[in-house]
Design a protein around this ligand. Sequence first.
Ligand SMILES: Nc1ncnc2c1ncn2[C@@H]1O[C@H](COP(=O)(O)OP(=O)(O)OP(=O)(O)O)[C@@H](O)[C@H]1O
Ligand SMILES: [Mg+2]
Length: 261
Amino acid sequence: MALKLVVSEVGKDFLIPVLDSVSFGVETGELVCLLGPNGCGKTTLLRIIGGLESPTRGRVLLDGNPVDLRRDRKIGVVFQEDRLLPWLTLRDNAALVLGPIGLDRSAREARAMEYLGLVGLRGFEHYYPGRVSGGMRQRAAIARALAIEPELLLMDEPFGALDAQNRRIMQAEIRRIWSETGRTILFITHSIEEAVDVGTALIMLSARPSRVRARVANDGRVARARLIDDLNAMIIEEVEKQERSGASRAAAGDPSAEGAC
Ligand SMILES: Nc1ncnc2c1ncn2[C@@H]1O[C@H](COP(=O)(O)OP(=O)(O)OP(=O)(O)O)[C@@H](O)[C@H]1O
Ligand SMILES: [Mg+2]
């Protein structure tokens, strides 16, 4: 199958090198979870893939072409915080992003309603974000990202701000939404359990400066508990590496030195 997304030797240097050289591919319809130590560059990588940040090295191809946000809107993004506009209803929040793709007002509203329905918010379309729960706001943020019918949906710890019960519900919901829409999704999470419950494939980034440490198929051939143990062992090694390199830079007097959290 053709690759939907190709990340090829992507590197990023800020004050310190954050991404060394990250390469992986995502097939159409995969739901790939990206894991890695705190501060290893997951959000930076997601921003580069989404065209919100430029890489220092390497390139990203979507359907074989570089992403050009000014020309086309093929990538939807959901962040940890919902980023809804509080003065617009849920429907108008979801419809707002559809202006630049050339739909008229009634088509925008119909599209917004369709996706609010998909995420389980039918009946709440006229509510303002301040009048619904955190889980419902995050559903609305997912509807807004899906409403542009993106080739790729990027999610950066989308359930990180939810309580444990809502988080479990949303993990099941994202699997349902993924299977109903067939979208290709790249999902960042801190939680190994969440990644194993949500992803069809798992990518573990190494300590900073990051590379891909492992790519694991999550197709049931390895038992859930075993996979979680293996991934936990890997992440502990990477966190320790990152802490050691932070400590050695601090000892050398580098003011930008920071360990993993
Ligand atoms: N705009 C920026 N300017 C300078 N440094 C930055 C910038 N954005 C991120 N960084 C640094 O890059 C490193 C990686 O940050 P990033 O947020 O990508 O990590 P992360 O893996 O998403 O972390 P977390 O697990 O906490 O979400 C950090 O050391 C951070 O301070
Ligand atoms: Mg992050």
